[in-house]
Structure formats: C-alpha cells, structure tokens
Ligand binder design. Sequence first.
Ligand code: UTP
Length: 291
Amino acid sequence: MEVTKVVIPVAGWGTRSLPATKNLPKEMLPVYRKPAVQYVVEEAMHAGLTDVVFVSNQYKRVLEDHFDRNLSLEAVLKRAGKYDLLRQVQEVAEMVNIISVRQKEQLGLGHAVLCAREVVKQEPFAVMVGDDLMFSQEPAIQQLVDVARNEHMPVVGVVEVPKEKVSKYGIIQAEEFAPDLFRVRQVFEKPEPEDAPSRLAIVGRYVLTPEIFDYLEKLEPGHGGEYQLTDALQALAQNNRLLAVKMVGQRFDIGDWVDYLTANIYFALKDEDLRQDLISSLEELLPCAQR
Ligand code: UTP
C-alpha cells in the first residue's frame, strides 16, 4: 500500500487561540522561526508524502501563499546579498505539491476530511492535523505509514495521556497484538475519566483508506454538534478495520497555550546560537513569575 497524499485540515476557527487568530490562521502562528504548519508539511515531506491537500477556507489564503514563491521578496533578498535567507524562502515553495480544497462551513474534522474526497480518489492517504506538531527521530507519520503498508489496514496514532485529560480526546479500547501495535475494538469521543476504557488517546496522525469516506458521508452530527472523524473511526473499528500505533516523540497542540509556548522554547533551545542567552533570560524571569 503506497501512500503519497496527505490531507491537512486547516479550516477551523481557532477560537481557543483568540485574539491572536482573529485574522491570522492558527496554523500560521510562529513556532520559533517557522509557522506551525510548516513543521507538519516538513514531517510529511520527510516521510515521502509528496502531495499535500489543504482543507482550507476563504480566510486562510496566506497559508497556501506561504508554500508558494514570493518573487518580490526573493528579488529584495538577492539585491541585498542575503543568499541564505533567499535559499530558505525558496525551499519552502519547493517542498511539496500543494492542492487546496475548501470547507465551506466549519462542520468538524470528519466533514473537513470528507471535503478532500474528490482529490484523494481511490488511494490510501494520510491525515495530519495542521495544529498538532510531533517530533521524533524518524518523521512521526512514518510510524503509521509503515504499519499501514505492512498490514493493509487503516491506522491511527495514539499516545498515553494522564487520566484527567482523557475527556479532551478520542479514546480507544484495544488489544495489543505486537509491541505498541493495537487492534482497535471501540473508540469513545471525549469520555469522562471514569468511563474511559484506557488512557490511549487518538492524536492528529492517521493513515486511512477510501472506505472512510462512505462512513463519513453517513455521519450524523456527534459531540459538540460537529461531524466527528472519531465516529467514522468507530464504524471502522466495529468492522475490525482499524489499528492503532502508540507513537513515540514529543507532541505539541498549537491550540493549547502551554503547549504552544513550550514548543517555542523547545525549538529555541535546540538552536545553538540562542540556547545560552535564552536559558539566562529564563533564569532571570522565573523568580519574578513565582512572586
Ligand atoms: P481543532 O478543534 O483543534 O481546531 O481542530 P479549531 O476548531 O480551529 O480550534 P478551536 O477548538 O476553535 O480553538 C483540529 C484541526 O482541524 C481543523 C482545524 O483547522 C485544526 O487544524 N478543522 C477543524 C477543520 O479544518 N475544519 C473544522 O470544521 C474543524
């Protein structure tokens, strides 16, 4: 099973991140030197996914523009002899093929994925949520692509979350049949901690097959009145057609302020040129914060 396409839904309102996201898409918020979504696209590219399908809306054109050439800026950088920056802005435009479809109403993640049906056609495809950053040795989505290829089954990425956080996620009930590899029996959308069958939470990484579209089409509005991808995954699970991989790596939800700010510090600390100054600055700041 070859996977070359990835659907990246980016059409949501980003209300948790207001007022920052009043006119700036959440996925374009900078994480250190790059917009958040660039990390997601780079992860896809490093896993050999060549065609990115953004599920977008009319207010988010800036997102597609980021992955296009900006000839005026390039001319300025060339004239100024800033060749390193020139290379960086050109590289972003050459990373992947960008295809864009519109979600005309923000009816939920399940609906957003369904909007990509005409482009995905009859091929297996990855889904990477545009505000969920994951970092590991190999690209995080590669862990799922490898399993989907070997097992010929749809696969979701899961991580273990603390009990008090299960009500923020889709939680799986599953059997482990190989290390960190599960056969999913049921999926529960945002259960109360006492009702959750496990602490294995679905995160924003999936490899799906076109069969998901038939389930998505039949969906009724679920939790929060939205068309939930989780409900379609539950239908797959009931037909024994869903696996889960416990993912390794560092994860940041850009819609969560603590995660967002931590992601910025994480990347800045990885930069040799900045690390020492940042640590000194944080050391000065911490005693003030504790007052
Ligand atoms: P979220 O629920 O995190 O994003 O969806 P949101 O709805 O934009 O944010 P809040 O909760 O109001 O702060 C995860 C991803 O799915 C996309 C979002 O853009 C985000 O990247 N999404 C969500 C869609 O594309 N369409 C939707 O209808 C909902």
